[in-house]
Design a protein around this ligand. Sequence first.
Ligand code: FAD
Length: 318
Amino acid sequence: MKVTDHLAQANGKTLFSFEVLPPRKGENIQTLFSNIEPLLEFKPPFIDVTYHREEYVYRQRAAGLLEKITTRKRPGTVGICAAIKNRFDVDTVPHLICGGFSREETENALIDLHFLGIDNVLALRGDPIKSEPGFVAHPNGHAYACELIGQVSAMNGGRYLDEEQVDSAATSFCIGTAGYPEKHFEAPNLNTDMRYLKQKIDCGADYIVTQMFFDNQKFFGFVDKCRQAGITAPIIPGLKPLTSKKQLTMLPRTFYLNLPEELVEAVAQCRDDADAREVGIEWCIQQSRELMAAGVPCLHYYSMGKSEAVRRVAAELF
Ligand code: FAD
């Protein structure tokens, strides 16, 4: 079932959804299942599975030879989505990125997803990989998420890359897109970013899920701006409980967000990570309560590979 249909059928009740990461290459999928199991009591209508593009480094070998080494491997997004759906009877949302893919490869991945009965995709550009100076599109791929959204929309209309229109083979994906309450890091300002977000909706995106944020005012301001820009699609806030002292620097560096002074002070005063985690969980509970009171359709939690902190937050709210 489509994410937008789940939201429509919720009748004003706030839904709880989660994002999980594929296991590292060589790890057992059972670890992922064990992470998901404690979250099922919150009846998630859908679970997102991230996509991780492989990173490469070149290592010098003898006689001037360079050896290409893959450093980050979390393959399997499509298969994992099918496995979660079959095992837990929960809809899944595979993340699909532009980076590293030709249009043909994207089309083939979408055909696989369609045959596997997966009704949703979150269409993203993807971040630059470390070995590139900035985001570099595949020569026969997409440079921006709006182009990927356009491709999925075309397939929903029965239009494949090399074929005449084939209505009988049309897919019907519900398409999610990313929004940034504190703007995307490459955007010169929030207004420009907002124009491109509107373009993604106009290209066929059905709903928005946001980057994590720790200050609800940023989210409320973002929603107001979206509505002023004529975006009527549902907007799902993305949340993550802070779980260690080092995340005070890691989260802003990785996700280009600001942490509120009050949270920073409280975490800085903690003796250790266990204390910091309690502060982070409580902060996320309060954020979630305020968002629920404001009538958000769904709270989407980033587990980042560990579900216990997220489970504790949801347990206070469900
Ligand atoms: P875009 O919408 O293409 O925007 C990228 C930048 O270009 C922005 O600055 C935007 O303002 C600008 N822009 C957009 N359209 C145009 C245009 N037509 N012309 C000029 N400029 C334009 N990354 C992964 O690799 N895997 C994941 O699983 C993943 N999951 C994510 C889930 C969520 C909810 C979010 C918020 C992000 C996720 N990301 C993931 C990170 C995401 O891929 C990066 O933030 C990436 O840098 C931007 O992706 P986007 O889809 O927002 O890109």
